[in-house]
Design a protein around this ligand. Structure first.
Ligand code: FPP
Length: 254
C-alpha cells in the first residue's frame, strides 16, 4: 500500500505492449488492443480506489495512422464500441471523460461519440479521464501556438499552458510507460516537464493492481525538486506552487 499523502494527483500512461501480448498468444494484434481496453477499465477503477484525481492515457498517436490499415480501422471501431459500452458505467462511477487530440480526420461516428461522452459526463468529479486520441505532443504545442497567434496574443509559457489540450488539469505528477520501452514517443511533451518517469516491463494488458501499486510506491520514494536543491526541498513542500494538488472537483471546466 502507498502513503496517502504521496499519491500522485495526476497519472499519465503510455499503454504499450498490446501487440506483443496478442502475438505471444498467436492472436491478431487487435485482440491485444481489446484486452488493452479491459486493462484500462481495471486501471480506472484502481485509480479511483487509490485516490488519484486525474488519469491521462495515450490511446492513439498522430503517428499511429502509419500502422497497417486493418489495425487503424480496428482501433477506430474499438473506440466507438468502447464508448457505447463503457460510458454509462463510467458516468455512474463519477468519471468525467475528456478527449485530447485532433478531431479532424476522425469519422463522424467517432467524433460524435467523443462529443456525446464528454457531454454526458461533464458534471462528474470523482476522476478526470483524459483519453489522448489522434494526439501528439508536437501537435498540441503547435495547435496552442496557432490559437494564440490567431487571436493576436503574445506567446508566453502561461498563455501556451492555457491553450494546450490538457489546460483543464494540472500537469502529470507520474508518467508511466508499460511494455519495456523507455521513451516518451511524442506524449505530453509540454506537460511532462516535471513528471516523474516510471517504466514497467509489463505489457499493458498485464498491468494489474500489483504493477500499479509498485509504480505508486516508487513515486512515493522520489524526491521532487522542481529545480530547487535537495536542502531547499527538505524545508518546503515538494510541489510547484502552480501545480499544487488540485482536487478533481476544483479543476476548471473544459
Ligand atoms: C500500443 O501498443 C497501444 C496502442 C497503440 C493502442 C492503445 C489502445 C488501447 C489500450 C485500447 C484502448 C483504447 C481505446 C480505443 C479507448 P502496441 O500496439 O504498440 O504494442 P506492441 O508494442 O506490443 O506492438
Amino acid at each position: 500500500m502507498t502513503d496517502k499523502a504521496a499519491v500522485p494527483h495526476h497519472v499519465a500512461i503510455v499503454m504499450d505492449g498490446n501487440g506483443r501480448w496478442a502475438s505471444r498468444r498467436f492472436l491478431p494484434r487487435i485482440a491485444g488492443h481489446r484486452q488493452g481496453v479491459e486493462s484500462l477499465r481495471r486501471c480506472v477503477r484502481l485509480c479511483v480506489e487509490r485516490g488519484i484525481a486525474v488519469l491521462t492515457v495515450f490511446a492513439f498517436s498522430s503517428e499511429n495512422w502509419n500502422r497497417p490499415a486493418e489495425e487503424v480501422s480496428g482501433l477506430m471501431e474499438l473506440l466507438a464500441k468502447a464508448l457505447a459500452r463503457e460510458v454509462p458505467q463510467l458516468h455512474a462511477d463519477g468519471v468525467r471523460l475528456h478527449f485530447a487530440g485532433e478531431r479532424r480526420g476522425l469519422s463522424d461516428k467517432v467524433r460524435l461519440g467523443l462529443d456525446e461522452a464528454e457531454r454526458a459526463t461533464a458534471g462528474n468529479q470523482r476522476l478526470v479521464l483524459n483519453v489522448c486520441f489522434n494526439y501528439g505532443g508536437r501537435w498540441d504545442i503547435a495547435q496552442a501556438a496557432q490559437a494564440l497567434a490567431a487571436r493576436g496574443e503574445p506567446i508566453t509559457e502561461e498563455a501556451l499552458d492555457r491553450a494546450m489540450a490538457l489546460a483543464h488539469v494540472p500537469d502529470p505528477d507520474l508518467l508511466i510507460r508499460t511494455g519495456g520501452e523507455q521513451r516518451i514517443s511524442n506524449f505530453l511533451l509540454w506537460q511532462a516537464a516535471y513528471s516523474e518517469l516510471y517504466f514497467s516491463d509489463r505489457l499493458w494488458p498485464d498491468f494489474d493492481a500489483a504493477a500499479l501499486d509498485e509504480a505508486l510506491a516508487c513515486f512515493a520514494r522520489r524526491e521532487r525538486r522542481f529545480g530547487q536543491t535537495s536542502a531547499q526541498v527538505a524545508g518546503t513542500l515538494a510541489s510547484p506552487p502552480a501545480q499544487a494538488a488540485t482536487p478533481a472537483s476544483q479543476v476548471s471546466q473544459v
